[in-house]
Design a protein around this ligand. Structure first.
Ligand SMILES: [Zn+2]
Length: 252
């Protein structure tokens, strides 16, 4: 499961110090925090992959880890230009053995100490502060169902060679049987049109007459003209900027 939580403006995580308060990507102290340490060591260490395990599923054809582990040591948390935090992985000389291999802070997947200690399972927690990472996480909601492909080696039937099948796991099956929503999204996320007067997009069929195209295009509202129209007639709407508007009013 992937979940993206939007925080209220006053609670938004904006500084590296705030990131450190919520997310950690290092081994906790086994002496001060033995329960959390055991959880992190058993479920929050990536791989090991690369030279330590050349059969790891995260490796590409060149033997590089698709998840970019082990990460570089970093003395402090920083943000890259796309708003992805580069979490603190300090070099404190501690080395532990996981699956028979040496691992250190560079191999730790970001986690929240409170959640990991409470649930004792793999919960990867990251801070999304830029548009690129928000878009990335939304991909999981919209990419569709999980599929798997079965390949029949040696066969000459091109249809049988690749079978595109659909997999529904037990949790999804149960939710469908009980009629629950498969995903929910709050606040509303919509694409807001932005253009100069008379420069809006019009989709038309090339066989359609010009009069019909002009008539149809003239009668259609975009999110931008809908916003202006709403602000003209509704005093409540005027309190919000165009960007804030979908969170409070319906643009449909
Ligand atoms: Zn890897």
């Amino acid at each position: 499961m992937h979940a993206l939580f939007f925080l209220k403006v006053v609670d938004k995580i904006q500084t590296c110090a705030q990131v450190d308060m919520v997310v950690s990507a290092e081994f906790p102290s086994p002496k001060d925090n033995p329960i959390l340490f055991e959880t992190v060591k058993s479920v929050m260490v990536h791989g090991p992959c690369g030279a330590r395990n050349s059969n790891a599923p995260c490796l590409d054809n060149n033997g590089r880890c698709g998840k970019r582990y082990p990460r570089a040591f970093a003395e402090r948390t920083t943000m890259d230009q796309d708003g992805y935090p580069i979490y603190r992985h300090r070099n404190d000389d501690r080395v532990y053995t996981v699956k028979g291999q040496d691992v250190d802070n560079r191999d730790v997947v970001p986690y929240n100490a409170y959640l990991s200690q409470m649930f004792n399972c793999h919960i990867n927690v990251e801070v999304c502060v830029g548009m690129r990472c928000v878009k990335y996480i939304h991909k999981y909601i919209y990419k569709g169902h999980d599929h798997h492909t079965t390949m029949v080696l040696g066969g000459i039937d091109e249809i049988q060679q690749y079978i595109d099948s659909r997999y529904i796991g037990p949790p999804e099956a149960a939710r469908r049987i009980l009629g629950h929503n498969l995903h929910e999204e709050f606040p509303t996320v919509v694409r807001l049109a932005l253009y100069l007067p008379g420069m809006h997009h019009v989709v038309f069929d090339e066989t359609e007459s010009m009069n019909s195209i002009i008539y149809r295009a003239g009668g259609k509202m975009s999110t931008l003209t809908g916003y202006f129209a709403c602000c003209t007639s509704n005093e409540f709407a005027r309190a919000f900027t165009y960007q804030e508007f979908p969170q409070h009013c319906c643009l449909a």
